[in-house]
Structure formats: C-alpha cells, structure tokens
Ligand binder design. Structure first.
Ligand SMILES: *[C@@H]1O[C@H](CO)[C@@H](O)[C@H](O)[C@H]1NC(C)=O
Ligand SMILES: *[C@@H]1O[C@H](CO)[C@@H](O)[C@H](O)[C@H]1NC(C)=O
Ligand SMILES: *[C@@H]1O[C@H](CO)[C@@H](O)[C@H](O)[C@H]1NC(C)=O
Length: 388
C-alpha cells in the first residue's frame, strides 16, 4: 500500500484549506497545543517587525472545520460514501459513467457498492491521493519557499536550476477590469494566472488573452468532469490547471480527469492551503475586532465560521509570490459602479469569503510584507503592484 509520493502530488498540492472550509460543521474552537513556527517578533536586521497580536494569531490558527474534515476523510478512505447522499452534498454525486450510486447501498447502510473493476481502480487511486493529501494537511511556515517547485512541473525538462518567472500577472475577475484597457499590459507578463475559468473571449482589450496557468477551486473541476473528456479548457488544452480541493470527494474527479489532460493538472499543496487559511482568517478577525469592537468569539457567527474560506484569487496571489520575481495584480477590488465579475451577472459577493480582509492583505503585500503573519522569515517577498 505504501507508495512513493508522486512528484506531481507533492509539488502541487496547492490549495486545501478550502476543503476544510467547504464542509465545516460548527465546532467550537478549542485552543491548545498550537505550534507557532512562524516569524518571531524579534527580527535581526530587517524592517522592524510589526507586532502581531498573539490572541488573534492563536485564534486564526484554529481551524473550525478540522474535526468534520477529518471525519469526512476517514469515511471516504473507508469507502463510505453515505455522507454524500444527504443534504447539500447531494449535488456532488457523480453522474455518468463512473457514477456512485448511493441507492445501491443495502438497507443496513453499508458502504456503497463500487460497480466495476474500472471504478475500483479509480477508487484505489482516489484513496491513495486522499490519504497522502491528508497526511500533509498541516501548518508549515516554510511552504512558501517550496512553491518554486511548481515551476519544475510547469516547465518540464528543466534540471535543478529553476529560475522564477521574471514577471507575473494575477488576473482577478472583478468588473472593474471592464473600465480599463489593461489587456495589453497583462499579456506582457511572462506568466499570467487566471481564475476559475473566467473567459477572455470578447473581453481581450480589458483582460488580455494570454494564460499560463488556470487556477480554480475544485468545484470547477467537478463541473468539468461531467463533460465529454472532462473538458475544462477555456484557455486551451495546453494550459496547466491548478486547483485547491474544497471537497474531498473531488479527488475522484481529479483521478478521472487527470488522464484526459494534456497539460499538468495540479492540486495545491495542502500545507500551502493551511497557510493561506490562517493568513486570511487573521486579517478577517483583526478587521472584525477593530470594526465592531466585539469579542473574537463573535467572528464565526458573522463569517460563516465553519465554511469560511479564502478566495481562489488570494491563493493565486500567494502562489505568484512563490514563483515570480515581480507580481502584478489586476482585476481585484470592487466599485459601486462595476459588476462583481466581468464575465457574469453574479450580483453580490459570497459570504464565505472576506474580500475586504483579503484587500488588507494585498495592501500589506505592497507596502509592508513583513506584516503578513504565519510566513517564515526565510521567505523573501517579491515586489507587488496593484493595478486598478
Ligand atoms: C489582541 O486582540 C485581542 C482581541 O481583540 C484584544 O483583546 C487584545 O487587547 C489585543 N492585544 C493587544 C496587545 O493589542
Ligand atoms: C542543466 O543545467 C546546466 C547548468 O545550467 C546546463 O548546462 C544544462 O544544459 C541543463 N540541462 C538541461 C537538460 O536543461
Ligand atoms: C496524472 O497524470 C500525470 C501525467 O500523465 C501522471 O504523471 C500522474 O501520475 C497522474 N496522477 C494520477 C493520480 O493519476
């Protein structure tokens, strides 16, 4: 059973805290036993380090959905798909060839029958991936420095001398882009990251057309997996895709779709997911406390505590920090006169994200990256510019 870790997996694990949050059930946060390996408040040499608030650090380090995530992983590893048959998970049942037929379970509620030898092979793969992911789902302040390994996957044929991309553009999907003419500038970057398959066709003057990496959440892949050959390539089938896992069952979509992809299909490093989750929670809680004057415990109630999650854009920006010498951010931010997304008519923001908190983070990335909590001292933040 023991497998060597596939390189793609170890490298690519990008986004998982999401998982945590996709399913959280309210669990009151217990403290205790937290490891704080990140930047200490005493720094030699560099800019004087900002003083982090320890109470908020501790609070941000507790994942309210951890218990339910663990439970879910254990169930799936045991081949028990029953949790998928109820409530809001129903929509995540598969349709098509590799269907999991929940009704097939016996009256005693034993785990579902896996129907075919073909499915069984998928399932073994799924389980191996899931276990591997779960083992790595932990806090690791140095993970930012490991992100550069993603470049090796994206540029195969390189040997050990990996150099970062000179310039990167992370293109958010905010409607504010429509008022700009930044398409050409975006495309002039060496590496362009786009989010959640927002289309570019018809919007090129504002958003550009070049895409080097498509960064998505795993719900997007799940939708793609129902299509012929998992079609998920609005930017062309040679464009690599990276996603964070927001539901553990999406590993099934992953193992199914992986083989049909000509370009790498990557899963974000779960250690990176955990880091992103903590950072965004820290900003969200800090903002909440400052604005409302309420105690920390009130935060979860107003932020979908157990399903609170960072946005795809946030993690894409963090990824760019790890693989680029210079990072430019486009299409982040809102305005009363702009649509939420340039390419859809979605009205409002999702409550499970705290975009205001994420903007606070981006402002720190521009002006004082040392104020970003949880990241190891060893990591050097590249310069960041926000275009609006
Ligand atoms: C840290 O934050 C907590 C919660 O808002 C607050 O009660 C406490 O006074 C803060 N500590 C410092 C040193 O600012
Ligand atoms: C590997 O790196 C060395 C040193 O930069 C270079 O001389 C060599 O051509 C590289 N090999 C490949 C396959 O890129
Ligand atoms: C996904 O595809 C790549 C390239 O074909 C392969 O190296 C990798 O092992 C695959 N992963 C899984 C889980 O099948």
């Amino acid at each position: 059973m023991k497998k060597s870790v596939r390189p793609i997996f170890s490298v690519v694990f990008l986004a998982a805290a999401a998982a945590t949050l996709c399913f959280k059930i309210m669990v009151s946060g217990g403290g205790g036993g937290l490891e704080f390996g990140y930047r200490s408040n005493v720094l030699a040499g560099r800019n004087p380090s900002p003083v982090f608030n320890d109470t908020i650090l501790r609070f941000a380090a507790v994942d309210l959905g951890e218990d339910s995530l663990r439970q879910n992983v254990e169930q799936l590893v045991d081949g028990d798909f029953r949790s998928l048959a109820t409530g809001r998970h129903r929509s995540f049942l598969w349709s098509g060839r590799n269907r999991i037929d929940i009704r097939a379970r016996s009256a005693r509620g034993v785990p579902v029958q896996l129907r075919s030898p073909e499915f069984y092979r998928l399932w073994l793969n799924f389980r191996r991936f899931l276990q591997n992911w779960w083992r790595n789902h932990r806090f690791q302040p140095d993970v930012m420095s490991d992100l550069v390994n993603v470049i090796k996957v994206l540029k195969p044929g390189l040997n050990d001398t990996v150099s970062k991309y000179k310039t990167c553009a992370v293109v958010g999907n905010s409607g504010i882009l429509l008022k700009t003419n930044l398409g050409g500038l975006i495309d002039s970057h060496e590496f362009v990251i786009r989010l959640n398959n927002a289309r570019t066709r018809g919007f090129e003057p504002s958003v550009g057309s070049k895409t080097s990496l498509s960064f998505v959440n795993s719900n997007i892949l799940h939708l793609c997996s129902r299509r012929e050959a998992c079609f998920c390539h609005p930017y062309g089938e040679r464009v690599p895709i990276m996603m964070y896992m927001c539901q553990m069952i999406h590993f099934l979509d992953y193992v199914v779709c992986n083989s049909s992809h000509k370009a790498p299909l990557l899963v974000s490093d779960p250690r990176f997911d955990v880091l992103c989750a903590r950072i965004v929670k820290y900003y969200s809680v800090s903002r909440f406390v400052k604005q409302t004057g309420k105690p920390l415990d009130a935060w979860a109630g107003s932020h979908d505590g157990t399903s609170f999650h960072y946005s795809s854009g946030m993690q894409a920006v963090m990824l760019a920090l790890g693989v680029c010498d210079k990072v430019s951010i486009f299409g982040f931010g809102k305005s009363d006169s702009a649509k939420h997304h340039y390419h859809t008519n979605q009205k409002g923001e999702l409550h499970l994200h705290d975009y205001e908190a994420e903007y606070d983070l981006y402002r720190d990335l521009v002006a004082r990256p040392e104020a970003v909590p949880f990241v190891s001292d060893k990591f050097n933040f590249p310069p960041v510019v926000i275009h609006r």
